[in-house]
Design a protein around this ligand. Structure first.
Ligand SMILES: Nc1ncnc2c1ncn2[C@@H]1O[C@H](COP(=O)(O)OP(=O)(O)OP(=O)(O)O)[C@@H](O)[C@H]1O
Ligand SMILES: [Mg+2]
Ligand SMILES: [Zn+2]
Length: 531
């Protein structure tokens, strides 16, 4: 009889179990030290090994050679537990035996010693489905458990287990499994079964389970039934309704190239091929999530469920964007996914959402260009660079590095403080200090600073540095006001502002903005450093 792969390859010992390291170690130690509790709760995502570990643990306890963290697998106890036919290891499915009568029977059965083995192990699956009366009955048992009894409650919804029960059990949470380990396990299973598959096909199958080993192995069953002994990524993807990196990559390429028409083409093709637009939006959000992660953590990260070749492609795609861009696209794609869930016009929503992403990129560049912020001077590999756009013009007038140095009270203190700030790499704060006036008295330093700089000077780092520079106990006061230093700059500025305006109007992003909004007029070019 054909046995599904997930059951055929249920791990028989801790060594075969992937991930869940904390569970393996803690249970292993408990056995070695002879500290066996009477109640355990195994909680967590479905298909990650709860029932499997419960059975392994039962073997550890009841193996003829045990209790041992490495049961022999050959003795009668081990064999029977493996088959589910041991008298002393009782599996109860709470979904169908949830009532008080079953629990009463259970309480009866608990009172009798094990038939043959050391422990009587009760494995309760779907434990959150037990009724509250039945929980009460169980609680009585857990309050005064016979020495030979071990309960293992398995559940995907541990919050539904009453706290009176939880507090009498040791809880283990099972996590979704590590992608690389799952891939390795699946490759091993395929080898046993004589199945060959390319790396991308295995990655597609592993991903299909979304962290559940059982679901990934079911996908493998399905693929074998459909495609035979040789699995290829494209076929598997079609079978499971997944989207290739290439089709998701079309969206990112269109974003990098500011190509709105391509977005319509992508949507039209999805429709023509009868693909689910909701599913596409979901995969797209996941794609942006992966790009963000790769961008931040580098191409070698284990946090992305992808084969090496896929990871490489993700890293290449991510290089075209800044971290901020990708984060915003992720946000927009999540919004899009949410909107599509309830949309009666999924096609319109999808088109609109993709278009919005194109525009979000454009708007950002304009902001960046106008602000001349450090983030705006795109380094190699960011989107602006890949579009070969010139660096955003430095529209803001240069800081008053050349401003006349008045002899103000506290001149020495000012330069000491300035040096200290530079040393501490607080260049923005040092810059703010340049624009501020300082009056010094015996026990107070008063800084008068233009509004835009006040936040820099109100930082605790600045206060600490100022006190240190003063070298005596002083109070630090920050006042907002125009200063000779800041207004001096404005007097010198008109010509520079004129130049800045010319540069702003000829900037490609501004021109593009005017193309999109032909009726828009540029009224003023504001120097953001002066506001
Ligand atoms: N950590 C794991 N390592 C190796 N295989 C695993 C692991 N977790 C699950 N499997 C595979 O998935 C199958 C199902 O696992 P198991 O029954 O232990 O899941 P579960 O956590 O009890 O799920 P559910 O919550 O749905 O009951 C196993 O037979 C095994 O093939
Ligand atoms: Mg289970
Ligand atoms: Zn054994």
């Amino acid at each position: 009889m054909y046995q599904v792969i997930a059951r055929k390859y249920r791990p028989q010992g801790f060594d075969e179990l992937i991930s869940q390291e904390h569970v393996k170690t803690t249970l292993g130690n408990a056995i070695t030290q002879g500290r066996i509790a009477h109640g355990y709760i195994f909680s967590g995502q479905r298909g990650t090994g709860k029932t499997t570990v419960a059975r392994i643990f039962a073997r550890c306890l009841n193996c003829e050679q045990g209790p041992t963290p490495a049961p022999c697998g050959k003795c009668v106890s081990c064999l029977e537990i493996g088959e589910g036919s041991s008298m002393d290891v009782i599996e109860i499915d709470a979904a169908s035996n949830r009532g008080i009568n079953e629990m009463r029977e259970l309480r009866e059965s608990v009172r009798f010693r094990p038939a043959r083995d050391r422990y009587k192990v009760f494995i309760v699956d779907e434990a959150h489905q037990i009724t509250s009366e039945a929980f009460n009955a169980l609680l009585k048992t857990l309050e005064e458990p016979p020495e030979w009894v071990v309960f293992i409650l398995c559940t995907t919804e541990s919050h539904k287990i009453p706290s009176t029960i939880v507090s009498r059990c040791q809880q283990f949470s099972f996590r979704s499994v590590d992608f690389a380990e799952l891939v390795a396990r699946m490759e091993w299973i395929m080898q046993q079964e004589g199945i060959t598959a390319d790396a991308d096909a295995v990655a597609v199958l592993a991903r299909a389970g979304e962290g559940s080993v059982r679901d990934s192995l079911s996908a493998l069953d399905q693929a074998i039934a459909c495609c035979g002994n040789k699995l290829d990524a494209a076929e598997v993807r079609t079978l499971l309704g997944m989207f290739s990196l290439e089709s998701l990559g079309r969206v990112t390429t269109a974003l990098a190239g500011n190509d709105a028409p391509e977005m319509f083409a992508v949507v039209a093709e999805l429709e023509a091929n009868g693909r689910s637009l909701q599913h596409f939006a979901r995969e797209l959000a996941r794609h942006f999530r992966n790009l963000v992660v790769v961008k931040i953590s580098g191409g070698e990260t284990r946090l992305v469920a992808a084969s090496q070749a896929e990871q490489q492609k993700l890293a290449e795609a991510a290089a075209h964007f800044s971290e901020e861009d990708l984060t915003r696209y992720l946000q927009l794609s999540l919004d899009l996914f949410r909107d599509l869930q309830s949309s009666l016009q999924p096609r319109l929503h999808l088109e609109m959402g993709l278009l919005r992403m194109v525009q979000a990129g454009r708007l950002l560049s304009i902001e960046e260009a106008l602000a001349g912020l450090p983030g705006g001077t795109a380094g190699p590999g960011t989107r602006s660079a890949s579009r070969a756009a010139p660096k955003p013009a430095q529209l803001a007038a240069a800081p008053a590095a050349t401003a006349p140095l008045e002899t103000l009270a506290g001149g020495d203190l000012r330069s000491r403080l300035h040096a200290a700030l530079i040393d501490a790499k607080l260049t923005h704060v040092a810059d703010a200090l340049e624009h501020s006036e300082l009056t010094e008295s015996a026990n107070e330093l008063v800084f008068i600073t233009p509004k835009m700089y006040q936040l820099y000077l109100k930082q605790s780092e600045f206060e600490a540095a100022a006190k240190r520079a003063a070298g005596r106990p002083v109070r630090i006061t920050i006042k907002v006001g125009e200063t000779a230093r800041s207004s001096g700059q404005v007097v010198a500025a008109p010509q520079r502002e004129q130049e800045a305006a010319t540069r702003a109007l000829s900037h490609p992003e501004v021109k593009r903005f005017q193309e999109i909004f032909p009726d828009a007029q540029v009224r003023t070019v504001r120097n953001l450093k002066d506001t």
